[in-house]
Design a binder for this molecule. Structure first.
Ligand code: NAD
Length: 401
């Protein structure tokens, strides 16, 4: 994944006539914080925060708790954040954080201690006008609440604007939890509109049913009744039902700790996770992790449109191959920008001491997403680029302008 991101930045930079030095500057991070967290019981974990660029505003980016987290991954994800905030025109920079841990192996007390320790180390480097972290894979409002509390104890700040993705009672925004999934629905709807396919009945397969994937499914079911999600996967299995899956029920099932491999509430077929991308569907939505599609499985894809809801779910070779096959890829830095857009709205509310109704938040999200997709589509059409290249081009122009 780091290679995919860096090579795309380099090739786009070359298209824009940037020098080798300018490209290296674009890839380079401003600061890399690498530290160890030791819990009272002796367990030790590697932790990271990479601040990539604050050229357009304070650093912004999620914190991931996952066993595969390492410095290279966090660095690439931080660069992707700078590109994302630039592509959707937010006055924010890019950062990313993570801890190499499987939170399923921690007790609730250990998880709280880990979250608080993470902030104890980083407190001098983060804050409402410096670097504003948010949730990502395996981090949720509860974890963010512990982090805000720790930050405020250490710094005396009471604005709650030091983190986004908080619980509502701590200054979280209405609509934040659903924002990335909702943004993905808007982005796909807009792409279909530009492609003159808005009214078409569509079948979709959805890889990953966590925060992002489940809300994509629930919002799509409510607002796009002519889209039918026929398959969805978590890390245990995929469910397939040509008559359509029930998004709301699946979300409740996952929230109560269910695994798709143990699903038996209806006659959906349980298939292997790897078989989901082979399905004959119109749209494949990737909402799990990076490098889901590589040289190993790119030939299996049957969908004509892919939505990158996860960060960097298609590696460089697969991007090239799928684009050559005429498959439209709605790129991550646009498709999943709903999360950072509503994070920005949450931060604005905290700064102003306001709490907006969900309708106002969603209307603003809609505005940003519609504009971003239109611009990328226009650039891609005008310059004969893929949507990915167009999105990177737009972002890099802003970062170097
Ligand atoms: P999450 O931990 O809530 O969900 C991840 C889901 O992927 C889980 O359902 C997990 O079971 C599933 N999964 C993991 N490996 C899989 C596999 N091999 N096959 C099928 N499913 C698999 O994480 P999330 O917050 O939903 O994030 C998902 C992706 O979206 C990540 O790439 C993240 O960086 C990106 N993202 C998240 C946000 C956000 O607001 N949470 C914003 C932008 C981008």
């Amino acid at each position: 994944m780091p290679q995919t991101v860096h090579r795309l930045i380099a090739s786009t930079g070359q298209k824009l006539g940037l020098s080798g030095f300018q490209i290296q500057e674009l890839i380079k991070s401003d600061a890399k914080h690498r530290f160890k967290i030791s819990l009272a019981n002796g367990k030790t974990f590697n932790a990271y925060r990479v601040q990539h660029s604050n050229k357009l505003g304070p650093y912004k980016g999620g914190i991931r708790f996952h066993p595969n987290v390492d410095l290279d991954e966090v660095e690439a994800l931080a660069a992707l954040m700078s590109l994302k905030t630039a592509a959707v025109v937010l006055p924010l920079g890019g950062a990313k954080g993570g801890v190499a841990v499987d939170p399923k192996n921690l007790s609730p007390d250990e998880l709280e201690e880990l979250s608080r320790q993470y902030v104890r180390y980083l407190q001098p480097y983060i804050g409402p006008d410096k670097d504003i972290p948010a949730p990502d894979v395996n981090t949720d409002p509860q974890i963010i609440d512990w982090m805000v509390d720790e930050y405020e104890k250490l710094s005396g700040d009471k604005s709650h604007a030091s983190f986004t993705g908080k619980s509502l009672h701590l200054g979280g925004s209405e609509g934040r939890e659903a924002a990335t999934g909702r943004g993905g629905v808007i982005a796909l709807r807009e792409l279909l509109m530009h492609e003159n396919q808005a009214a078409r009945k569509l079948t979709l397969a959805l890889q990953g049913f966590g925060n992002v994937g489940s809300f994509f499914a629930v919002v799509a079911a409510a607002e796009q009744p002519h889209w039918q999600i026929v398959a969805a996967s978590d890390s245990s299995a995929a469910l397939y039902n040509p008559a359509g899956l029930k998004a709301g029920r699946l979300q409740e099932y996952k929230a109560s700790g269910g695994r798709f491999s143990e699903w038996h509430d209806d006659d959906s077929k349980i298939i292997d996770t790897q078989d989901l991308i082979k399905l004959e569907v119109d749209v494949l939505v990737l909402a799990a992790l990076e490098d889901a599609i590589t040289e190993d499985n790119m030939g299996d894809v049957k969908a004509k449109i892919i939505v990158e809801l996860a960060n960097s779910p298609i590696n460089e070779a697969a991007q090239k191959y799928l684009t050559k096959q005429g498959i439209l890829i709605l790129p991550d830095i646009i498709a999943n920008a709903g999360g950072v857009i509503v994070s920005y709205l949450e931060w604005l509310q905290n700064k102003a001491g306001e709490h907006w109704p969900e309708a106002r938040v969603n209307a603003k999200l809609e505005e940003y997403m519609v504009k971003a997709v239109a611009e990328v589509y226009k650039t891609a059409s005008a310059q004969d680029l893929s949507l990915k290249e167009a999105a990177f081009l737009q972002a890099i122009k802003k970062l170097t302008g």
